[in-house]
Write a new protein. Structure first.
Length: 348
């Protein structure tokens, strides 16, 4: 299939694009490069062994999105593009609603006009809200505690409504838990701008010397070691889940399918720090700080539906996740370089 990967130069999108290509599909990247680096393109080309088609488009631009889809001959869209920083979403809610909902509406309108029948959506475990019991199942009610989370809840509902209006549309809602890790080559990985919002890139930056220490927010939770526990899954396992979901959409009569993508096994903050210390070969400086508002003791998936219906399972261990993250961070201590205009990563 010829697949449009929105946000394909980003962390999860880049890994998924490579796996789509490895599976025999033609992955085409569209990205506005506001939160990603153009220099990733040349690295993806090298890993794929060929030139990947890339388009720089703001997907909230209806006309530009329609022109891209009209000319593309696409069989499916895998939609990663969107703003995703929880704190920023609280400070700039209108930006998040405008961008995240606008890009999805724009893509759906273009897909409807030009007969693209499959849509794989990058959702999040944040749609379960803060009081969901664990393990979390796909049939739980949805809610949110911040504008970013609400954009995911709303986009899921938009996609359900679109599928009711167009029974030929097939939609996969993929609810991620905590993606971490990097490509085994160390060539591509997570490169957040500013202060990372997630634990693993913070640990990696401490390990490589970019930050003095790691703050552990709370060590008095009702967990075995007192620190919060989350469901971390390797980004390569996550990417494989997208390939499996896309394949499933080609064989199902169900218009909208929802799958959790996680390991089903929670790992505490201290366990992640210990695993990363093993990976990088030295102890990491940590300091315990007060709990943050909104943090919960535990969050992890029940991934049994994805295993039963997709034949998918996240198999990589927390040690593998840390080893691959460290390989990426140690080879790229400052993340991706900024690619100057006219470089080999120019868009095609």
């Amino acid at each position: 299939m010829r697949i449009l990967v929105s946000g394909g130069a980003g962390y999860i999108g880049s890994h998924t694009t490579l796996q789509l290509i490895a599976a025999g599909h033609d992955g085409v990247i569209v990205d506005d490069f506001r939160r990603s680096k153009r220099s990733v393109v040349a690295r993806l080309d090298a890993l794929a062994g060929r030139s990947i088609e890339v388009h720089e488009v703001d997907l909230t631009d209806l006309a530009a999105t329609d022109a891209l889809v009209s000319a593309g001959g696409f069989d499916a869209v895998v939609h990663f593009a969107g703003l995703k920083a929880v704190g920023e979403s609280v400070e700039k809610p209108l930006d998040y609603y405008s961008n995240n909902l606008g890009s999805t509406l724009s893509l759906l309108a273009a897909m409807s006009r030009h007969g693209v029948p499959k849509f794989v959506f990058s959702s999040s475990a944040t749609v379960y809200g803060e009081n969901a019991p664990v393990p979390m199942r796909e049939d739980f009610p949805t809610s949110a505690t911040n504008p970013y989370g609400w954009t995911k809840v709303m986009q899921e509902q938009i996609l359900r409504d679109a599928a009711v209006a167009d029974p030929s549309l097939r939609v996969a809602l993929l609810r991620y838990f905590n993606p971490v890790g990097a490509h085994a080559s160390g060539t591509i990985g997570e490169d957040p701008s500013g202060i990372p919002n997630n634990l693993m890139p913070l640990i990696a930056q401490v390990a490589v010397g970019r930050r003095d220490k790691l703050l552990i927010y709370g060590d008095d939770y009702p967990t075995p070691d007192g620190t919060g526990r989350r469901d971390y899954l390797h980004v390569e396992d996550l990417a494989a889940g997208h390939v499996a979901a896309l394949d499933r959409l080609g064989t199902t009569d169900v218009t909208v399918s929802t799958w959790n993508l996680g390991t089903g096994t929670p790992t505490s903050v201290r366990e992640v720090v210990d695993a990363f210390s093993r990976a990088c070969g030295h102890e990491l400086p940590v300091e315990v700080a007060p709990r943050r508002a909104g943090d919960v003791a535990e969050s992890y998936a029940d991934p049994s539906r994805a295993e039963a219906e997709l034949g998918w399972r996240a198999d990589r261990t927390i040690d593998q996740m840390c080893e691959d993250t460290w390989r990426w961070q140690s080879q790229n201590p400052d993340g991706y370089p900024d690619a100057p205009s006219g470089s080999s990563s120019d868009l095609r």
